[in-house]
Ligand binder design. Structure first.
Ligand SMILES: Cc1ncc(COP(=O)(O)O)c(C=O)c1O
Length: 372
């Protein structure tokens, strides 16, 4: 028998470069490459989950999520609940289902260079066309306004950005936000903003794009803010219910609803008690950031590190071929991410995640010192 052919939309899409790199690392490597907060899920969450499990009433929920959770989400944004939320299986499903609901084959989707690596793949899987605009590495990854404007065509359907950014940890300034929103409004472009890192600020809490006026969908979730990556809770939210309507339909046929237990604990996570615990996670990350910056200052004082305002990433300019460096580090038991996998403007940069214990961080930085 001949092998069964994969669907065209998946052909040529390989396991992400990130995963391929991890696979080469020795088993006891220090992993500062992952996009995860490597702290345990808070007890307030796990205890609540145990209570729910004991009740043995674990069922489907409405497709858009438990009404109490939808309410908690709109309260978080200080907006009114009005069929404008869809709870998803993590932010990743939220990204997929949002694009799935709005782009047709050949539609252009604007993304930043550099940005979160999954965006390109999902756009391609859905038949969309990726159009990158520059964040200029020579000026601290500021928005290149001319380039942004020039990339807009009659086929541009969506602007998909993340704020704060993975990999740089930087936020757009309010001026940059207003500029992008006004360009999108002029050109009838839907704006999708992934704000999954918003609660991990190290300066002041970033404003949400939901405070701006336009066709705007915000995506977020609890994987990063509450160390809940394995629980798979995310959401899409908008001021405009018409933008969420098609997302709820697609989401219904993709996974019916997000897991019931995770939705119940998400209500706890977003309660005032849950947000107090969240703030402790944020402060722990801030302390880790100070620690790694001090280590670098002592061991590699001339290494340029991007000044950013969000955890958990440091973006470091190493001025040599970063793929070569990363491979060398991996052989020596340290995983970090090469900048160019996030886009060509990340060339000569590496991304380091400091959301782990300080001993591992110190060891990792010593390996970087040794190799550099
Ligand atoms: C920018 C960004 N969006 C979304 C996700 C996925 O989040 P979730 O675990 O909620 O699916 C990640 C994970 O690394 C991310 O970095």
């Amino acid at each position: 028998m001949k092998p069964i052919k994969y669907a065209d939309r998946i052909t040529g899409i390989e396991k992400s470069e990130l995963r391929q790199l991890f696979d080469k690392a020795p088993p006891d490597s220090i992993n500062l490459g992952l996009g995860e907060i490597q702290f345990p899920t808070p007890k307030i969450i796990t205890e609540r989950a145990i209570d729910i499990i004991r009740q043995r009433n674990i069922r489907y929920t409405p497709n858009a999520g438990l009404p109490e959770l939808q309410k908690a989400i709109t309260n978080y944004y200080n907006i009114k609940l009005n069929k404008n939320v869809c709870v998803t299986t993590g932010a990743e499903e939220a990204i997929f289902v949002s694009l799935f609901s709005f782009i047709n084959s050949g539609d252009e989707v604007l993304i930043a260079n550099p940005t979160y690596i999954a965006y390109k793949t999902i756009i391609k899987m859905l038949g969309g066309v990726v159009v990158e605009f520059d964040l200029d590495s020579k000026s601290n990854f500021k928005l290149d306004r001319n380039d942004f404007t020039n990339r807009i065509t009659s086929k541009t359907k969506v602007l998909l950005i993340n704020n704060p950014s993975n990999p740089t940890g930087k936020c757009f300034s309010e001026n940059e936000m207003d500029f992008m929103v006004s360009k999108c409004n002029e050109n009838d472009i839907l704006i999708i903003v992934d704000e999954i890192y918003r609660e991990l600020y190290t300066d002041k809490k970033p404003i949400t794009f939901l405070d701006k006026t336009g066709k705007i969908i915000v995506i977020s979730g609890l994987s990063k803010s509450h160390c809940m990556s394995g629980w798979r809770v995310g959401w899409t939210v908008s001021n405009d219910p018409d933008l969420i309507k098609p997302i709820i339909i697609s989401h219904q046929y993709i996974c019916t609803c997000a897991p019931y237990i995770s939705q119940e604990v998400a209500i706890t996570a977003l309660s005032s008690e849950g947000m107090k615990v969240q703030n402790k996670i944020r402060l722990e990350l801030e302390s880790n950031k100070k620690f790694v910056l001090k280590q670098f200052e002592q061991l590699l004082p001339s290494l340029p590190i991007l000044n950013n305002t969000s955890s958990p990433y440091l973006f470091i300019n190493i001025n040599i071929d970063e793929i070569m460096l990363v491979n060398e580090l991996i052989k020596n038991g340290l995983i970090v991410m090469p900048g160019r996998i996030f886009g060509s403007n990340g060339k000569h940069w590496i991304r380091l995640n400091y959301a782990t214990d300080k001993k591992k961080l110190a060891k990792g930085i010593h390996i970087i010192k040794k190799i550099l």
